[in-house]
Design a protein around this ligand. Structure first.
Ligand code: PMP
Length: 458
């Protein structure tokens, strides 16, 4: 007997329409009834009418890295919760200690893990570290945080203040002071035309902003290793190393937001590891526990940790911060079981290999369908940019992207679309299947996309 057995699906829909406020959903759409998924197994999802879907979106927003229905994770959570469910994060606990140690094995050069419960919160912690360091070391002056156009860092007001997507920000200002935007590094839509050293030139646009603001006022730079919601944008050759070089030159902390890319999504444990850089702070959420529990981490180097321990007259030899649910033991228990699955099943290698197969398949579709202007990706994280004209790169209308997503769903495939309801970049489809995907499932995805593209009308 489940606690819901007394309710019919009809009643669930009625209660949902009456009482649940759905994220990013206008009332008219909610009124039509939202999908009711009732079961997941591996990459498959079933709705209440028993329709089965292959989920290539990892739960809609790049979350379920190890797939649905993982008994080992559920057992680990339930065992932990029966023993002890909660005590504040100032207490030592088995799951928090063991997960932190195992995580740091995958992150050479990093030294400490601060737990909280969402990606936005993990980024807030990073910003607060920069601010507190600024007060400790620089009389509060070196406090500005630079963020990049098109990157997303979360929904809370400071995280949104660090987000380079005007459509997400509209209607929520004024923003937190001292967050400053720098230009994107989107080679497909290069600011410089076709140049050889695009990566270096794009990174130097950040240096220009640092110089305008004054290097002694800039304490941190935050970037996504691969821009996710802003359009699956990979850093061009040389870009990341140049960003790091510039940060070091001006004594600026480099914060890498791995909320989407972390825990294997790109075919490495972390996205930044493809680019040979050593961040000062790394934030992560989603794939940390693949959606089985709400957990996020702000991971720092020992040097950052130490800066916050020094009592240099302020009587504050610690990071003055807390997160209530950073102490919920379901989080690290789930995260440890999730990490064990990634390791034991060789999911990073599977992701790197099958991600390449998926990307090649998408390139083949690009050859066939002129409306595919660009295909890009790393590991099992891909984007398809749709255009009306390959020369001018004029984006297709949002309706076309919607048509494709809907047609895929009709055919039993769930894919994502970048920034629903955004005027400027709603022409990008994205895919991020669970890392345990098989070669046959990759083929199914490509076959369905092929059939759907063959029927799209512009
Ligand atoms: N950073 C990135 C790169 C994200 O994509 C997201 C969520 N989509 C966040 C931060 C915010 O995470 P959360 O919604 O868990 O607060």
């Amino acid at each position: 007997m489940s606690q819901y057995s007394e309710y019919t699906n009809e009643q669930i829909h009625t209660m949902d329409k009456a009482h649940v406020w759905h994220h990013l959903t206008p009332a008219a759409a909610a009124e039509k009834g939202m999908p009711l998924y009732v079961k997941g197994e591996g990459l498959h999802l079933w709705d209440a009418d028993d329709n089965c879907y292959l989920d290539a979106s990892a739960g809609g927003v790049w979350v379920t890295n190890v797939g649905y229905g993982r008994k080992a994770i559920v057992d680990a959570i339930s065992e932990q919760l029966m023993e002890l469910n909660y005590f504040a994060g100032s207490m030592a606990s088995k799951p928090a200690a063991v997960f932190a140690s195992r995580l740091l094995e995958k992150m050479p050069g990093m030294g400490k893990v601060f737990y909280s419960s969402s990606g936005s919160e993990a980024n807030e912690k990073a910003f607060k570290m920069v601010r507190q360091i600024s007060h400790k070391k620089y009389d509060g002056k070196k406090r500005k945080i630079l963020y990049r156009e098109r990157d997303y860092h979360g929904t809370t007001i400071a995280a949104l203040s660090a987000t380079g997507q005007s459509q997400r920000r509209d209607h929520f200002g004024p923003f937190v002071p001292d967050f400053v935007e720098f230009p994107h590094c989107f080679e497909y839509r290069s600011q410089f035309g076709d140049v050889e050293d695009y990566g270096i030139k794009a990174a130097q646009l950040m240096e220009e902003v640092i110089l305008q603001e004054g290097p002694d006022t800039v304490g941190g730079v935050i970037i996504e290793p691969i821009t996710a919601g802003g359009g699956v944008i990979l850093p061009p050759e040389g870009y990341m190393a140049e960003i790091q070089r510039i940060c070091r030159k001006y004594d600026i902390l480099l914060i890498v937001d791995e909320v989407v890319c972390g825990l294997g999504r790109t075919g490495a444990w972390f996205g930044y590891q493809h680019y040979g850089i050593q961040p000062d702070i790394v934030t992560m959420a989603k794939g940390v526990a693949s959606g089985y529990a709400a957990i996020s981490c702000t991971v720092t180097t020992d040097a950052v940790y130490q800066m916050l321990q020094e009592d240099n007259g302020d009587k504050l030899g610690f990071f003055r911060d807390i997160s209530t649910y950073g102490g919920c033991l379901a989080g690290p228990a789930a995260a440890l079981a999730n990490l064990n699955i990634i390791e034991e099943e060789g999911l990073i290698a599977n992701c790197a290999h099958l991600g390449e197969v998926l990307l090649q398949g998408l390139h083949a579709l690009k050859e066939k369908y002129p409306m595919i202007g660009d295909v890009r990706g790393k590991g099992l994280f891909c984007g398809i940019e749709l255009v009306l004209n390959r020369e001018t790169k004029e984006p297709v209308d949002e309706a076309v992207a919607i048509q494709i997503v809907n047609a895929c769903k009709e055919a039993g495939l769930l894919i994502g679309r970048t920034n629903r309801s955004f005027e400027t970049f709603n022409n990008i489809l994205n895919m991020s299947p669970a890392l345990c995907i098989t070669a046959e499932q990759i083929e199914d995805i490509l076959n369905i996309l092929d059939r759907v593209f063959a029927k799209v009308t512009l």
